[in-house]
Design a protein around this ligand. Structure first.
Ligand code: SAH
Length: 367
């Protein structure tokens, strides 16, 4: 990145969080500092979670001074933290322009011998709002305000970590927004999370979930990304999928199947299908059979998700009529899939009491 670009992003001060190592090197060059300073700053930001330039004690005082004049660390204040009875925490972060996003920290339900959760998963947002208008999702009520920057994505992790005694072990791009519509900034964040000098996460513990943006799936395949891919499917016919998810008009089940096959051929990585069960809409035996057929195209598993009601966003039309499947039908559907040799997982509804479960992120509605 050239210096002009850096200064045009932030004419006053350059925000260092979210810059790649190469971009940090370009920045330190503008300060007439040697290249290795960039790696020192990078490590201080991510390994040591420095909150201020004074925390970067291995840097000479004069450089720390220069940095505080020309740069900032760019931390997101958590303006609200809600605690669920199940241990889930939901954060409301304020961005520099005053907009807000939500992030969810979920200790896993499975515990180790010590009684502590084995996994701590962070669900991060990638956009302020979302343009896709899926009928079952609370975030749709916000529409799209803007993409998050790489720094804003990375900082959700650094800030949330402060509220967890245990290290965050897994990261899912399943908060507000469609990650594939903010591809560059999301992958910029992935590159930082997985950089050996940041030492935050392994790519295998990062999952990107998409409503089905074929361009993004193909790009991930071409770039041989080793993070995991999940597709929000939710229907086994185009008719229903288009009603639930308008993006299906652009890329339908056939296009998605082709894209996943392309992805698998390039990466040899299995994919996960997400499938919310709606009463009377997609929970029949025929649906299970069609779903099984769809998932046979490439090695995969299905994550079945209970529908988390979003009445608090006052949906109208089709969205207002959606209901969760009964617990009996939920179990029966899973049984059918297993009989059809589909690998099935059940997504937990952690944080439902504070509107922190999948699809419930809608800022102030979530009181
Ligand atoms: N835009 C991306 C990621 C955000 S949504 C995507 O569509 O995949 C994360 C997951 O929550 C998706 O699988 C989404 O379909 C699901 N979801 C959305 N609303 C939901 C709701 N009300 N109940 C349960 N899951 C929901």
């Amino acid at each position: 990145m050239n210096v002009n670009k850096l200064s045009s992003i932030a004419p006053a001060k350059t925000s260092l969080k979210g810059l790649s190592l190469a971009e940090l090197e370009a920045f330190v060059a503008t300060l007439n500092e040697p290249k290795y300073r960039a790696a020192q700053i990078f490590r201080r930001l991510y390994q040591h979670r420095a909150e201020s330039f004074d925390d970067m004690t291995e840097l000479p005082i004069a450089l720390r001074q220069k940095l505080s004049e020309q740069a900032d660390i760019g931390s997101l204040p958590a303006v609200k933290v809600q605690h669920s009875a199940d241990g889930t925490k939901k954060f409301l972060f304020q961005l520099q322009d005053g907009r807000e996003i939500e992030t969810v920290l979920i200790p896993s339900e499975t515990v180790g011998d010590d009684g502590e959760p084995k996994r701590v998963t962070l669900c991060v947002s990638t956009q302020v709002g979302c343009p896709l208008n899926c009928k079952f999702c609370a975030t749709a009520s916000l529409k799209l305000k803007r993409n998050l920057t790489t720094g804003e994505i990375v900082d959700q992790f650094l800030q949330a970590q402060k509220f967890s005694d245990k290290p965050i072990t897994n990261l899912v791009f399943m908060g507000m927004g469609e990650p594939m519509l903010n591809y560059d900034n999301v992958m910029g964040a992935v590159d930082i999370f997985t950089h050996p000098d940041a030492d935050l996460l392994s790519p295998k513990r990062i999952t990107i979930s998409t409503a089905g943006i074929v361009e993004g799936i193909k790009r991930m395949a071409d770039e041989q990304r080793s993070i995991k891919l999940a597709l929000s499917l939710h229907a086994s016919t185009n008719g229903l999928r288009t009603r639930l998810m308008p993006i299906n008009k652009k890329w339908d089940l056939q296009a998605l199947g082709d894209a996943l096959e392309y992805y698998y051929r390039k990466t040899r990585q299995p994919v996960t299908y997400e499938y919310i069960l709606f009463e009377g809409l997609n929970d029949s035996q025929q649906d299970a059979e069609r779903l099984a057929r769809i998932t046979r195209r490439v090695p995969s598993k299905v994550n079945v998700i209970p529908f988390h009601p979003i009445g608090f966003t006052n949906p109208h039309g089709f969205g207002a009529d959606l209901k969760p499947t009964t617990p009996e039908q939920f179990q029966a559907f899973i049984g059918l899939l297993r009989e059809l040799d589909v690998t099935v997982m059940i997504r937990s509804s952690s944080g439902k009491d504070i509107h922190a479960a999948c699809g419930q992120l809608a800022l102030s509605h979530g009181e």
